[in-house]
Design a protein around this ligand. Structure first.
Ligand SMILES: CC(C)(COP(=O)(O)OP(=O)(O)OC[C@H]1O[C@@H](n2cnc3c(N)ncnc32)[C@H](O)[C@@H]1OP(=O)(O)O)[C@@H](O)C(=O)NCCC(=O)NCCS
Length: 175
């Protein structure tokens, strides 16, 4: 039987861009599968990676974005860019990378996180403590607001934090 591999906690990455994404994805053209959706997406500002044998094998990023919902306006950590080396999936690396990003967001004083994902990835995020929002989120696009064509999920980053009821308007490009 194989030993269970132990991975270090995620650390913040100084450099993260198209070249690093391509290398982590093993050269895949559209590693997130979002290409056919079109639309304009926002890069993340903060990047967290798990290193193994000298290279980054998992990544998660976030950008602080404002949302309006139920008459309230607040900032959330917009999580995205979650990507694991294809050869190392299913070993808890997404959990470690996402935890690293959310710990940093919490340390910055944010108490909610938001992400967009395809329905087949939503059980994974549910397992990590995320909750599906019932309706599509409306976000900015270059030619005006439009529904984000992916499911939205949120996660509390502090105890007792709720998500208000009502349509969600993201005052940003989606991440
Ligand atoms: C999606 C992706 C990031 C998952 O990475 P991973 O390292 O295999 O995920 P993990 O092993 O950390 O799984 C996280 C948790 O979700 C659970 N999980 C994984 N798939 C699941 C599923 N289909 N249903 C329910 N739970 C699931 C795991 O058991 C694990 O829980 P545990 O830590 O309690 O055991 C990876 O497949 C990937 O890089 N895909 C391509 C890019 C992509 O789609 N990114 C997501 C964009 S939203």
């Amino acid at each position: 039987m194989d030993d269970v591999e132990q991975f270090a906690a995620a650390t913040e990455l100084a450099e993260w861009g198209p070249a690093e994404i391509r290398a982590l994805a093993g050269g895949a053209d559209d590693p997130f599968g979002t290409g056919p959706l079109g639309g304009t997406w926002r890069p993340k500002d903060r990047h967290f990676g798990v290193r193994h044998e000298g290279r980054v094998v998992a990544h998660a990023g976030f950008v602080v974005v404002p949302v309006e919902v139920g008459g309230q306006r607040f900032e959330v950590a917009g999580l995205g860019g979650v990507l694991v080396d294809p050869a190392l999936r299913g070993r808890g690396l997404a959990r470690i990378a996402v935890t690293g990003a959310l710990n940093a967001a919490r340390a910055d004083g944010l108490d909610r996180a938001l992400l967009f994902c395809f329905p087949d990835r939503s059980p994974l995020y549910a397992r990590l403590g995320w909750h599906a929002l019932p309706e599509a989120v409306t976000a900015d696009q270059p030619d005006g607001p439009a529904p984000v064509p992916l499911g939205a999920m949120w996660k509390p980053l502090s105890p007792g934090v709720a998500w208000p009821a009502g349509p969600v308007r993201l005052r940003s490009l989606p991440m």
